[in-house]
Structures are given as structure tokens and as C-alpha cells.
Design a protein around this ligand. Sequence first.
Ligand code: SF4
Ligand code: SF4
Length: 74
Amino acid sequence: MKTKAKMTIDTEKCKGCGLCVSVCPLKIMEIDKSITNKKGYHAARNIDIEKCIACGNCAITCPDAVITLEKEEG
Ligand code: SF4
Ligand code: SF4
């Protein structure tokens, strides 16, 4: 059984602090320098959602509740 994750990142709310990057056990979060939001921050993104185990670390850690995580058992 594999846990599949669906992640939504509200890039306009992200301030690029990198906390979500530092708490991901699989190192699949990164700050994407190609994204600059209206506040002038580079936003976080998930680089490999297939590997995500939906542990929730990133979503819980984000101070601005930018990350929404849904998981599906499949
Ligand atoms: S839910 Fe866990 S594994 Fe998935 S991106 Fe967030 S911290 Fe990484
Ligand atoms: S913890 Fe939240 S605000 Fe900080 S980079 Fe990650 S998504 Fe953006």
C-alpha cells in the first residue's frame, strides 16, 4: 500500500523562508527561484510529489499555512 500525496502550495502567501525545505525527510521541497510572487519572494515547491510520503512535516511547519496536503491511501 502506498500513500499518495496531493499538495497545493499557495505561492502568493509563501515568503520563501525555507522551513518546509529543512523539515522534509525526503528532501523534495525546494525554493524555486524561477517563481517570484507579488511580495517579491521566491516560493516553495515540491520537486517530486511521487516520492512524498504525506508525513505532513512541511505543512505543519509552515508559519503561514501555505501548504495544503491531502493524502490518499492507494
Ligand atoms: S509531506 Fe513530508 S515528505 Fe511530503 S513534501 Fe512534505 S515534508 Fe516532504
Ligand atoms: S515554510 Fe511556508 S512560507 Fe516558508 S518557504 Fe515553505 S511554504 Fe513558504
